[in-house]
Design a protein around this ligand. Structure first.
Ligand SMILES: Cc1cc2nc3c(=O)[nH]c(=O)nc-3n(C[C@H](O)[C@H](O)[C@H](O)COP(=O)(O)OP(=O)(O)OC[C@H]3O[C@@H](n4cnc5c(N)ncnc54)[C@H](O)[C@@H]3O)c2cc1C
Length: 365
């Protein structure tokens, strides 16, 4: 029997892949899908730039956001900061980047296949329009992106924009529901409790529930921190809103700090990138304020809070430690890479591959 800790996008795909191999699977999560569905749902398979928080100059950018009240830090995590200093300015080998690209393409083909079977999660392939401070500078950064994105310079809402051509979108609200339903139908068991520890003695959940397993996949997002993995909880908010306005395009407005994705019955508005594990959601209203530059009138249907699990270099962590596999670190690209991360984790758990290029060794070297 396999235990999966966390039923977000990574955990749900892990559970489905394990089940497809005939394994008994038990997922622990107090609210499966609740964090992952905060996401905008933009898939960016050939663009890693958004996750490269360790490039030179990024701390200054973040500091400027903080000074303008567009980001906040509520807790200093020294383990994460020390690991950040180790990888600051570091680039990786072409092998690492082609591995990441494989994760992204595996993921994209998974969503495509799911949509071909039944497109009940609004999968569509279409360009993403990005508003940035300096289009020329951004174009330069994109040319340096290790995943070689295709883009052109265009216009949206009367503003110059980077048009990223390899994008797709999915409704994460609908996709999370579908994955949960499919997992249940496939026979995956869910226990809606938080896990307290994972050790040689088994998986201990709140309320004293201990389970012995043949293998464990830890896909609890930033909870992997409890196992010594440097992962930050980069909190953000996702709103579904009703509006009469016709947006027509998927927009990533980095100047105002907001993404807007039109779906059939709502527009998804997301934003904030706060180093903040607390239950205080005060900055969420700033996301709606920023969205008003694009759509003036709307009514909120609901809000989801998510914690992007970000390692210090923005790359995932997929690592085997004895009978435990850690699968996290999607950061801002967790849906873009989720199925790929899950597949790699399951291959490790089943002993099909010995290791990955994305272990925590890189924070120690
Ligand atoms: C506002 C916002 C917008 C985003 N937009 C995009 C986007 O457009 N495109 C994209 O690709 N990505 C996007 N992301 C990132 C993406 O959502 C995350 O990277 C992704 O959700 C990570 O998935 P995960 O399953 O690894 O972890 P999570 O989504 O963090 O899920 C972890 C799960 O584990 C559970 N859990 C935690 N601790 C425990 C425990 N102790 N015991 C049991 N269960 C536990 C939680 O309840 C949760 O369900 C966005 C994120 C946010 C917040």
């Amino acid at each position: 029997m396999f235990v999966v800790v966390g039923g977000g996008v990574t955990g749900l795909f892990s559970a489905l892949y394990l089940r497809a191999e005939g394994a008994d699977v038990l997922v622990f999560d107090p609210a499966p899908g609740a964090w992952s569905r905060a996401a905008a749902g933009v898939l960016e398979p050939t663009k890693f730039e958004i996750n490269r928080i360790n490039v030179r100059g990024y701390p200054i950018r973040y500091l400027k956001m903080w000074l303008k009240g567009k980001a906040r830090v509520t807790r200093l995590d020294w383990r994460w900061i020390l690991a950040y200093l180790k990888v600051y300015g570091r680039d990786y080998s072409p092998e690492v980047w082609s591995y990441v690209k494989e994760l992204a393409f595996f993921s994209l083909s998974t969503y495509r296949r799911m949509a071909e079977a039944k497109n009940d999660f609004e999968y569509r392939e279409e360009p993403l329009y990005e508003i940035v401070e300096d289009v020329e500078e951004e174009a330069k950064a994109l040319k340096a992106d290790p995943l070689s994105p295709r883009f052109e310079i265009g216009e949206v809402g009367g503003k110059a924009a980077i048009v990223y051509l390899d994008a797709a979108v999915i409704s994460t609200d609908l996709a999370a529901e579908r994955l949960y339903r499919e997992a249940e139908e496939a026979g995956v068991k869910f226990i809606k409790r938080r896990v307290v520890s994972v050790s040689e003695n088994g998986v201990l959940a709140e309320g004293g529930h201990t389970v012995k397993a043949d293998g464990v996949i830890v896909a609890g997002g930033w909870w992997a921190r409890e196992l010594g993995v440097p992962i930050a909880p980069m909190k953000g908010y996702g709103f579904r809103v009703k509006t009469a306005a016709r947006l027509g395009r998927t927009i990533a407005d980095f100047v105002s700090g907001v993404f807007l994705v039109p779906y059939r019955d709502w527009v998804k508005i997301t934003g904030r990138f706060d180093f903040d594990p607390t239950d205080d959601y005060t900055p969420s209203s700033a996301v709606l304020d920023a969205a008003r530059a694009w759509i003036r009138d709307f009514s909120v249907v609901d809000m989801a809070v998510g914690y992007r699990p970000c390692s210090p270099d923005g790359l995932p962590v997929i690592e085997k430690r004895g009978y435990v596999v850690i699968a996290t670190g999607g950061c801002r690209l967790g849906w873009t890479l989720g199925p790929g991360i899950a597949k790699a984790a399951v291959d490790l758990a089943l002993g099909r591959t010995p290791s990955t290029p994305l272990t925590t060794m890189r924070f120690k070297e």
